[in-house]
Design a protein around this ligand. Sequence first.
Ligand SMILES: Cc1cc2nc3c(=O)[nH]c(=O)nc-3n(C[C@H](O)[C@H](O)[C@H](O)COP(=O)(O)O)c2cc1C
Length: 185
Amino acid sequence: MGRILIAYATDKGATRRLADAIAEGARGAPGAAVTLDDVDALSAADVLQADGVLFGGPVHMGGMHWRAKRFIDRECGPLWKESDLSDRYCGVFATGGGYGGAGGGCDLAMLAMLSNFAQLGMVIVPLPRATPGFADGGCHWGPYGRTNAPDGAPIPLSDGALACARAYGRRFAELVAARRLRRAG
Ligand SMILES: Cc1cc2nc3c(=O)[nH]c(=O)nc-3n(C[C@H](O)[C@H](O)[C@H](O)COP(=O)(O)O)c2cc1C
């Protein structure tokens, strides 16, 4: 059993679709209890009740979405002082238009999000390159999806990106469950 919170920011729904795929993978792990919601519907209490937090958003101007950052500052900021989250796992995901390769800054947005969770002392779960779909929708920081073709036309998230997201969700949930078992034993 592991309680997993998947929190996302989205404007147009693409990041929600990636989060859905991660949730689908996580729910495939035995005993995983998954909560999936927009950051605006969540609070510090949701973070505190989770054994693992997966956090994502679209890349904006090469960085983190402002609502994702607002959640971190408002809800997670106070936890830095008040709580010990060092036994919890965390991971990140992102979508981007993709201009300039690597999701047009998805890697930087994910790194920015991860640095916030590192401040909280959480255990970072990266994305191994052997993950199915990695070549299409993977970066060592986490899964990502492209939402524009090279000519700028909107495109749906690729099957590879969704497969990568599902595999990451499953792996994350299994790691959380294994850690809970170790703590209990
Ligand atoms: C203000 C703004 C800035 C953006 N900056 C970038 C960027 O730097 N790199 C990129 O690849 N895409 C960028 N995009 C595109 C979004 O990241 C992309 O459309 C994303 O998939 C939208 O996700 P959503 O559907 O979850 O809102 C930007 C979009 C907006 C609205």
